[in-house]
Design a protein around this ligand. Sequence first.
Ligand SMILES: Nc1ncnc2c1ncn2[C@@H]1O[C@H](COP(=O)(O)OP(=O)(O)OP(=O)(O)O)[C@@H](O)[C@H]1O
Ligand SMILES: [Mg+2]
Length: 374
Amino acid sequence: MSSLSAPSVRRLDPVLVDRIAAGEVVERPASAVKELVENAIDAGARAIEVTVEAGGRRLIRVVDDGRGMTPDDLDLAVERHATSKLPGGDLTAIDTLGFRGEALPSIGAVSRLAIVTRTPEAEAGASLTVDAGMKGQVRPAPAQRGTRIEVTELFAATPARLKFLKSDRAENAAIAETLRRLAATQPGIRFTLRADAGQPLVLPAETGAEAELRRLAAVLGQDFLANALPVSLAREGFAVAGHVGLPTYHRGAATHIHLAVNGRPVRDRLLLGAIRGAYADTLASDRHPVLGLAVACDSGLVDVNVHPAKTEVRFREPGLVRALIVSAIHDALRRGGARSATTGAGPRRRAPVARRPPGRRSRRDRRSRRGGGR
Ligand SMILES: Nc1ncnc2c1ncn2[C@@H]1O[C@H](COP(=O)(O)OP(=O)(O)OP(=O)(O)O)[C@@H](O)[C@H]1O
Ligand SMILES: [Mg+2]
């Protein structure tokens, strides 16, 4: 009898709720880095320093010089569904990277999270720790202006997740990739990454006319500068801008495609498909272009609330966006072709990059890339 009776429905313990939700937000150390760096960007930081040890397992530290938090805000910030970023509660008017109010409580549920923060007006800072979901007390603490967050003992309370982590090297590579993707969209912010004994990644703040291009080159490789064409096109409320690589400058994987929608790095199928379509006539099907493109539109024309990691978006007018991207890339490539054919005395000698057969360049390119460690 009793084995047939249904188990009664009961509410989950809040600590368990957070741990379950954390599984979606914090998949590996790189996802924690993404959330913390996004928070620093949203806080208006001009410099963001990330330090990780043992691939993020032992330590993730993110220090920013942003607006910081008052003690009361700090107290609330680690609670679930607490955010300062949706003032009107309007999900169609999102202009920050965060808006779910879930990242800090999720990280705190699966690690030991220690925060020290100070607003510019305050004389002293405030500190708070959350240990595997158990929240401590906000206390006064000496602090620089901005916020310093340390995550230790990541996944200690969720051993299954810990077991699925890859080598330190692989986790560090994922962290560096996450940081590069965010940095590509924020040329004005200085980023530093120190990961174990590896060479630090330093991306100085870029200003001036070519700031975006210079940051893209810092992220994609300096030879992008000589192989990039500017892109800019707007139509019916959507605009696309950035730089695309010449068809002769390509990679064996789609790793050098950087896309952003309203300042948010995304890996969106629609956009990737549009790019593939735009290069279909000029690139072999197993090769991928190198580019950085930013789509901008009214926030009501795109839904970013598709997935907890916010890397997918849904456009109100997908066909329009696709066509815009294809036209923008085609325009740029056409202008690029004309440029190499008309500049200088001898077009053939002046345009070696555009005219070299793709196969030959790609093999050499791949070898030199490997040698360069990227
Ligand atoms: N580095 C920071 N500097 C200043 N305020 C911060 C910082 N990190 C977090 N906060 C504050 O804490 C709140 C909660 O952060 P949390 O990342 O959990 O949520 P969110 O960013 O609002 O949304 P999401 O879950 O989508 O990231 C933020 O809304 C912000 O007010
Ligand atoms: Mg956030």
